[in-house]
Design a protein around this ligand. Structure first.
Ligand code: SF4
Ligand code: SF4
Ligand code: FES
Length: 911
């Protein structure tokens, strides 16, 4: 370990990181702008200056940039040298020459890195009396506000957007003394990670436009650690609330999951929480009122209770339909209420089937389930069937980093440190490590791929089986593979075999079981040959994996069960059944049930059929556990208390358990008790209670406050209701309090409600919470993995190789096409996301379209079974012959099981 001297004191430090990184890890405050722990150094801003001395006799020294300096043994530096301090203050003074002094009206004010750095360097007095340089701002779409006058030209934005996230439409434009960071013209930023600019930019140039509509200062937000619910990856988030409105989402660092970043669906999809469609009061139909003997106008909790009592005591057979968007605890509470034999997952038949195959593969096979960090570390990757930019967006960002790993070896061999980003990118140029993508249509990361294959899902599966066979002789040999496909399979197999960390990405979005089997065969073949291969399976929803591990029957099984034996009552938990199955099937099922009770947080087609609606808290008003696609159980905490009669899903169910006189109704005091009950009942869930500290956990005898110590207006907030300041609400479910008082140090990682450190008010304070910048949180990374690979003994390869796809002009294969903005049920209610959702369309390749007499923009009529749809044609150069794409998860295709077969014809009408 090298020893370095900082202001004459020796420190033993780690070899590898640069000097700035090392000094921050040691706890020194060196100001910086352009360095970022995930994007490393380019030496652009000149703020991180320190003085370096040749040896102990050198009293003059020279000013160096610490972010561009490697750490070597006996390095002697000074951070406090007067000359270097003046230099840093001078840099800030230069940057501030043109920076408007508009902190009071700037959205960044109070969490601004420029404010912090200005104070840290001691630049306090403005000497310049000249006019400031000004710019025209751009409209960059619904997510980000642009205020270019605040720019300090650190280049972080373009480095993130272009180099890190692969965006192409944000650039640095220069003319004379103007350098401009924006688009070539006004317009929506095209990269789906654009929202990160709000955290990357150290000043207020890029700020959250959705937050602007209901802005409050960051110290006035009540925040809690939470988990994104908009896809299966479970990125960690910090939602902020004020006055009962969810105001914004910020990144919550988790080294194993999302690191420093979020996708735009995760960041801007939150406004469904404030949507007018929210259920805020209980509802009872005329029939339910009559059953309960209720005659009032406003449905009270008592009326609901007596209705539920009637159903649970005299209502005959009760079945429960759970949900992959509800917590483990809520699902388990429903299962306990109705009994495991009457509990159904609420997932579609295909989804349920595929997820049980995936969980079996991960639990019984030797390949490990990859975390997002593992994905970013892979050095040869095969993507089978997944358009990850749209189904698991942050995985696309991780893959973009992964393709650099192979080339990074070359860079290291040249003696270039990996943190020297400018140099690394010059050496690397456009070189990329092996990534192969096989999907039905083009994807957002095709630019990274060494080879792509566009094929029907069955043909992609056949490629997968051929790759597995080329890796291991025990895997089945697919028959009828042509030379081109075999050669591609051999190339992929070779790349995976030569890798240190080979990775297979697959998932549920193609609805194809053989594809998943093929992915397992490849990974298992690699394991058998001695490699540590991993698989990253994507999942459609935030708790699909958790529900899969509960092993409940699909929605189809629920329908069959109700048809076989009359169900008098169905309790539906946070699930719009019309998104899971064909409308006719759902209608028939709901018609067959006498009483329909729905617990949900917003109205939908299922609540329209309900006899009783019990208003449920969203993720922001609830606590519980979600299991992400990796198999990591992560706890989310309520950010604010639901208002009025809204209760968390599990609380409604606990109430029903009490009404049904089941012991859990009394013994489950907190959500944690339910997690403990689940863990006791099932081994796979035994780590769940340890995913976060229990409610009794205290630091120095105190709870962790959800409100910052600067939280303002507390005494006035309730003044319209009472002149007395009410005591903070209790939260028996967690070690967090709804207060500004409490433990203000560093709580365990899973309990971090915000990042703040003395003199570090911006998100850059995060490095103070890490053991080393960009590394593990000081008090542990949040979450617990539930699935670890089994030993490699006795692998039994799958052999369900499908037949090759044969295009048939009278029977088209319709495959789902996913959209980050539009396919998500909840995010689609957020105005910013809804505005970017596509209109319904039919995607066809140009040849197929012209064979049908269609072209881009024509009207087409498609028939799926008995159902007729009129759509606008969107031509794609990538789709294979005989395959057509339909937008998944959005009207009118919610509930339509894709892929499926159907016909296409030209039409003069659009509907
Ligand atoms: S816009 Fe922000 S991130 Fe980009 S150069 Fe300016 S200050 Fe830096
Ligand atoms: S990748 Fe998924 S979990 Fe992560 S922020 Fe985006 S939608 Fe949320
Ligand atoms: S942080 Fe070192 S030059 Fe910018």
């Amino acid at each position: 370990m090298p020893t370095i001297y900082i202001d004459n004191k020796p420190y033993e430090v780690r070899e590898g990181p640069n000097l700035l990184h090392t000094c921050l890890d040691l706890g020194f405050d060196i100001p910086y702008f352009c360095w970022h722990p995930a994007m490393h150094s380019v030496g652009a801003c000149r703020l991180c200056a320190v003085k370096q001395f040749r040896d102990e006799n050198d009293s003059r020294g020279r000013i160096i940039m610490s972010c561009m300096t490697p750490v070597t043994d006996n390095l002697r530096i000074s951070i406090d040298d007067p000359e270097v301090k003046a230099f840093r203050a001078g840099i800030i003074e230069l940057l501030m020459l043109n920076h408007p002094h508009d902190c009071p009206v700037c959205d960044e004010g109070g969490e601004c890195h420029l404010q912090d750095m200005t104070l840290m360097t001691g630049h306090v007095y403005r000497r310049s009396r000249f006019k400031k340089r000004t710019y025209r701002n751009q409209n960059l779409g619904p997510f980000l506000n642009h205020e270019m006058n605040r720019c300090i030209h650190c280049y972080r934005c373009v480095r993130f957007y272009r180099d890190y996230a692969g965006g192409r439409d944000l650039e640095a434009y220069a003319s004379h003394r103007h350098v401009y960071f924006g688009r070539h013209e006004d317009g929506v930023l095209q990269n789906v990670f654009s929202g990160n600019l709000a955290e990357i930019c150290p000043t207020g140039v890029f700020t959250d436009k959705t937050f602007k509509r209901h802005f409050v200062r960051m110290w006035d937000l009540q925040t809690a650690p939470s988990v994104c619910i908009h896809c299966g990856l479970g990125c960690n988030i910090i939602p902020g609330e004020r006055d009962g409105t969810l105001r914004r989402i910020r990144n919550r660092y988790n080294e194993e999951v999302n690191g420093y970043f979020l996708c735009d669906r995760g960041r801007f999809g939150y406004e469904f929480v404030n949507h007018p469609r929210r259920t805020r009061e209980p509802f009872m139909s005329e029939k339910a009122r009559k059953t309960a003997g209720f005659i009032g106008n406003i449905v009270t909790k008592d009326a609901i209770t007596s209705y539920l009592a009637h159903l649970l005591h005299f209502g005959g057979r009760v079945i429960g339909i759970g949900s992959p968007r509800a917590s483990l605890e809520a699902n388990y509470a429903l299962r306990t209420l109705v009994g495991p034999e009457h509990f159904f997952s609420g997932m579609s038949e295909t989804e349920s089937d595929l997820i049980s195959v995936i969980t079996a593969i991960l639990r019984s096979g030797p390949a490990s389930s990859a975390s997002l960090r593992d994905v970013a570390r892979a050095d040869a990757i095969l993507v089978l069937g997944e358009d990850v930019t749209n189904t698991a967006p942050m995985m696309a960002l991780a893959l973009r980093q992964a393709v650099r790993n192979r080339c990074m070896e070359m860079v290291k061999n040249l003696g270039i440190p990996d943190w020297n980003d400018a140099f690394v990118r010059i050496v690397m140029q456009e070189e990329k490590g092996p990534l192969f993508i096989a999907t039905a249509d083009s994807t957002g990361i095709d630019d990274l791929a060494e080879r792509t294959l566009r094929a029907a899902p069955d043909d992609i599966a056949r490629l997968g089986f051929a790759v597995a066979r080329a890796i291991g002789p025990d895997a089945p040999q697919p028959s009828g593979i042509d030379d081109a496909l075999r050669s591609l399979a051999d190339t992929i197999a070779e790349a995976l075999k030569n890798a240190k960390h080979p990775l297979i990405v697959c998932g549920t979005s193609c609805g194809n079981k053989s594809l998943i089997h093929a992915a397992a065969n490849i990974a298992w073949g690699l394991c058998e040959s001695g490699k540590t291969a991993s698989i990253a399976f994507t999942m459609p929803e935030c708790n699909s994996m958790g529900l899969g591990l509960m092993e409940a029957g699909s929605i189809k099984k629920a329908f069959e069960s109700a048809a076989a034996e009359k169900a008098e009552t169905v309790i539906i938990l946070e699930n719009d059944l019309y998104r899971r199955a064909e409308k006719d099937h759902v209608d028939r099922f709901l018609d067959s049930v006498t009483n329909i009770v729905v617990i949900d947080s917003f109205t939908n087609r299922t609540t329209e059929r309900a006899d009783a609606i019990l208003p449920a808290g969203t993720f922001a008003e609830s606590s519980g556990t979600l299991v992400n696609s990796e198999g990591r159980a992560q706890h989310f905490f309520k950010v604010f208390l639901p208002e009025g009669t809204i209760e968390e899903g599990w609380q409604w169910l606990r109430g029903m358990l009490s009404i049904a006189q089941k012991p859990e109704g009394e013994s489950w005091k907190t959500v944690y008790d339910i997690a403990a009950g689940l863990a006791k009942e099932s081994d796979i869930f035994s780590p769940v209670p340890n995913a976060a500290p229990p409610p009794e956990f205290r630091e120095t005898g105190q709870k962790v406050p959800r409100q910052s110590h600067r939280f303002s207006g507390r005494t006035a907030m309730e003044a319209n209701k009472t002149m007395h300041e009410p005591p903070p609400a209790d939260d028996p479910d967690s070690p967090l309090s709804f207060s500004m008082e409490g433990y203000s140090g560093m709580p365990p990682g899973a309990l971090l409600p915000r990042y703040w450190y003395p003199a570090w008010n911006s998100v850059q304070s995060l490095s103070k919470f890490q053991i080393e910048a960009g590394g593990t949180l000081r008090n542990g990374n949040p979450g617990k993995r539930l699935i670890e690979p089994a030993g490699g003994k006795g692998i039994s390869f799958f052999d369900d190789v499908p037949d090759g796809f044969i295009p048939d002009g009278s029977k088209w294969l319709f495959v789902p096409s996913y959209h980050i903005f539009g396919s998500g049920e909840l995010s689609s209610m957020a105005p910013a996301i809804a505005g970017l959702s596509p209109k319904p369309y039919l995607a066809l390749n140009e040849d197929d379209a012209s064979r049908l007499g269609l072209k881009n923009g024509s009207n087409a009529r498609i028939m799926l079974g008995e159902k007729e749809y009129f759509l606008t044609v969107r031509t794609s150069s990538a789709l294979p012959d005989g395959v057509a794409g339909l937008p998944a998860g959005m009207p009118p295709f919610e509930g339509v099981a894709l892929p499926c077969r159907g016909s296409i014809a030209k039409s003069e009408v659009t509907r």
